[in-house]
Design a protein around this ligand. Sequence first.
Ligand SMILES: Cc1cc2nc3c(=O)[nH]c(=O)nc-3n(C[C@H](O)[C@H](O)[C@H](O)COP(=O)(O)OP(=O)(O)OC[C@H]3O[C@@H](n4cnc5c(N)ncnc54)[C@H](O)[C@@H]3O)c2cc1C
Length: 457
Amino acid sequence: MTDLSERLAAVVGAGNVTVGDAIAEDDTHDEALNMDPVVPLAVVRPADTAEVAAVLAIADETGTPVTARGMGTGMSGACRPREDGVVVAFDRMNRILEIDTANHTATVQPGVTLAELDAATAAEGLVYPVFPGENSASLGGNVATNAGGMRAVKYGVTRHNVLGIEAVLATGETIRSGGKYVKASSGYDLTQLVIGSEGTLALVTEATLRLRPRHPHVATVLAPFATLDQVTHAVPKVVTAGLDPLMLEYIDLLTMAAATAYVGLELGLPQEIKDTALAYLLVVLESPRADRLDQDVEATAELLGELGAMDVFVLPAAAGAQLVDAREKAFWVAKAGNADEIIDTVVPRASIPEFLAAVSTLATDTGSWIAGCGHAGDGNVHLAIFQPDVEVRDEVLHRLFEMGMELGGAISGEHGLGKQKAHHFIALEDPAKLALMRRIKGAFDPHGILNPGTIYD
Ligand SMILES: Cc1cc2nc3c(=O)[nH]c(=O)nc-3n(C[C@H](O)[C@H](O)[C@H](O)COP(=O)(O)OP(=O)(O)OC[C@H]3O[C@@H](n4cnc5c(N)ncnc54)[C@H](O)[C@@H]3O)c2cc1C
C-alpha cells in the first residue's frame, strides 16, 4: 500500500480500499462504447457522509483526482477512472432512509438503486416517476447525470423530481440544499447546480426525492406509420390533445425488428404492416381508474387514425410491458449489433422531423449507417451510429451535435457529456458560458480534483 491508500484505509477501513490487481474489472469502466477500461490508484467504499468528507479532504490536500461511481451504467464514460486518481464507489451507502407518505418524499443514500427504491415505494402505493432505462442504476448516478427516461414526457426528468440533497464539496465541507418542499426563493439553487454536474462539483451523499401516486391502470397503444416523418409530426398533436401520455416513443423499423427479436417478443402484427410500416409510435397511458383509461385509449386510437396511422393496436398488458422492456433494451441491441457509438441529442420536439431529415442526409454523405428510436415526446433522439472509421465518426458526431444545437437543442438530453463528448462540448458551446461554468467549477472545487476530463476536456 502507498501512503495515499494507507491514509484512505485509515478512514474507510482496510477492507474497503482496493488497489492494484485487487481492483474489480467492473470498477474500471462504465457502459460507454469505445472507451478502454482504466485502473485507478485505488477504489474506496465509504460507509457514510463523514467518511466521504474525510476522503475528499485527503484527495484535496494531495491533489488526487476523484471519480465518483454509482453503478457504472453511464453511457458517456463519466465514471471512468483516471490512472492517477481514486474512485469513490457508493455501493455501501445504499439505505433508503425514509419514505414520508405525508410529504410524498423518499430520502435515500446515493447507492440505492432504482429497482430497490421502486420496490419500497410500491409498497406504499407511491412511485418515484423517473425511469431511466436501466433499473440497476443508482440514485446518486441519476442525480449526477440528470437522468431522464421514457416517462419524462409526463413527469419530467431527475431535476424536476429531486427536492433536496446533501453533498460534500472537494474541500471536505458538507452542505445541505433544498428539502421536503417544492418551492423556495431563498438564494441560489445549489441543488439544481449539482444535478447533472456529473461528479464535477460535489459528491452527493443523500437525496430527497418527490413521490407521486402509483396509478394501477396502464395501457399500451402501438401505431405503425408509413413514414418516420408522419410519426414525428404526430407527436405534438398527441400532446396538444391533452391525453397526458406516460410515454410517447418513436421506434424506427430497424430498431423495432431488432429490439423485439432481442427479447423474443412476437406482437402478432399483420405481415402487410410489418412489410410497409417504416416507423412506430408507442403511446403508454395510465390512470387511477379503469373507465377513465378506457376513454383515453379510445380517444388516442381515434386521434392516431386521424393522424395517418396505418392501424392502431391496443396491446395486451403482458405484450405492452414486454414492448416497453424491448425499447429500454435498445442500447444492448445496438451494442450486440456492433454499433460504434450511441448518442442522445435533444432538440425542441417540433424540430424532430427536421433533425432526422438532416441525420439521414448526413448518413448518406458520410457512408454511415444511423438507426434509432427516442423519447419523441421530449425531443430526445437516440441514435446508433455505425461508422468504423474513427475520424469520420468523430466528424459525424460533431455534425450531429452541431445540427441539434442549431435547432435550439443540446448535445446530450440525458446521458451526459462524460469524458466521451467533452471535446465536442468545448468546441461547440458558447465560450462565455464555458468560462462562467469554469468559474462555478472553481468555486466548488478550487483545486480541480473532482472528475477531471468530464464535461471539460
Ligand atoms: C441499457 C441502458 C439504458 C439506459 N437508459 C437510460 C435512459 O433511458 N435515460 C437515462 O438518462 N440514462 C439511461 N442510461 C444511462 C445510465 O443508466 C444513467 O446515466 C444513470 O443515471 C447512471 O447511474 P449510475 O449509478 O450507473 O452512475 P455511474 O455510471 O456510476 O456514474 C454516472 C455519473 O455520476 C457520477 N456519480 C455517481 N454517483 C455520484 C454521487 N453520489 N455523487 C456525485 N456524482 C456521482 C459519476 O462520477 C458519473 O459522472 C441507460 C444505461 C443503460 C446501460
